[in-house]
Design a protein around this ligand. Structure first.
Ligand SMILES: [Zn+2]
Length: 205
C-alpha cells in the first residue's frame, strides 16, 4: 500500500551502525537509489525505475520528510520522538501546510477499471506530466493517508540506545523496531541495574 511510503520516507534517516545518524537522501545519487527501491510502492503512480533525481527533487523530498517526521513526532507524543531531529522539528501547522501544498500540486481523478471476467481496480488518473512533481505529490498523499488512517495509532519511536527509527507496531507489547534493538535495550537496562546494585548510584545515560 502506498501509505507505507510515509514510513519508508521517514526511515531514510537511520542509525549508521556506528553511533551516528546516516541519511539515505544526503546526495542526488543516494536519492535516485532510494526512489528506485520504492518502485513497487510507487508503481501505480510514477515509473520510479526510470526516474533520476536532481538536486531540486532531492530538496523537495527532504522538505517533505521534515514535515512527515514532525507529524510522526506528534503521533507518538507524549512518548519522546526519534532523537535524530527532536531538537529541530517544525511545528505541526507548518508540517501540515507543507504536506497539503505538496499533495495539491498534482490534480488526480479516481478511475475504476474492471475488465470483463476480471477484478475491478481503482487507480488515480493524473493531470500532471512532470514525474518529479508526481513523485513528491504521491509521497505527500501517502503521508496524508498514513496519518489519517489507523496505522498512526500504532506508530512508535524506537527507544533502544542509538536507534532513531519510527516503526509501526505489529503486535501488542512491541517496544523496539527490531529484535537487535530489543537485545541492545535489554542489555543497557541490565547494565544500569548492575551498576546501581554495585556502586549504589551513578547511572549512565
Ligand atoms: Zn530500533
Amino acid at each position: 500500500m502506498e501509505r507505507w511510503l510515509a514510513l519508508e520516507l521517514a526511515s531514510t534517516i537511520r542509525h549508521d551502525g556506528d553511533g551516528g545518524v546516516a541519511d539515505d537522501l544526503a546526495t542526488v545519487k543516494g536519492t535516485t537509489h532510494w526512489i528506485h527501491e520504492q518502485e513497487d510502492l510507487l508503481a501505480d503512480h510514477v515509473p520510479a525505475g526510470e526516474l533520476a533525481a536532481d538536486e531540486s527533487l532531492r530538496l523537495g523530498i527532504i522538505e517533505l520528510r521534515q514535515a512527515v517526521r514532525a507529524l510522526f513526532a506528534r503521533a507518538v507524543s507524549p512518548a519522546p520522538p526519534s532523537p535524530a531531529d527532536a531538537h529541530r522539528l517544525m511545528t505541526a501547522d507548518q508540517a501540515m501546510a507543507r504536506l497539503n501544498t505538496a499533495a495539491a500540486r498534482e490534480l488526480v481523478a479516481p478511475q475504476i477499471d474492471w475488465p470483463a471476467g476480471g477484478v475491478p481496480t481503482a487507480r488515480l488518473l493524473s493531470a500532471e506530466n512532470d514525474p518529479h512533481v508526481r513523485l513528491v505529490a504521491t509521497l505527500a498523499r501517502a503521508a496524508i493517508d498514513f496519518l489519517g488512517g489507523p496505522q498512526r495509532t500504532q506508530l512508535r519511536s524506537c527507544t533502544a540506545p542509538r536507534c532513531v527509527r519510527y516503526f509501526v507496531k505489529s503486535h501488542g507489547r512491541q517496544e523496539w523496531c527490531k529484535p537487535s534493538c530489543g537485545n541492545r535495550a535489554r542489555a543497557a537496562r541490565h547494565y544500569r541495574r548492575q551498576r546501581t546494585a554495585t556502586d549504589g548510584g551513578s547511572v549512565p545515560s
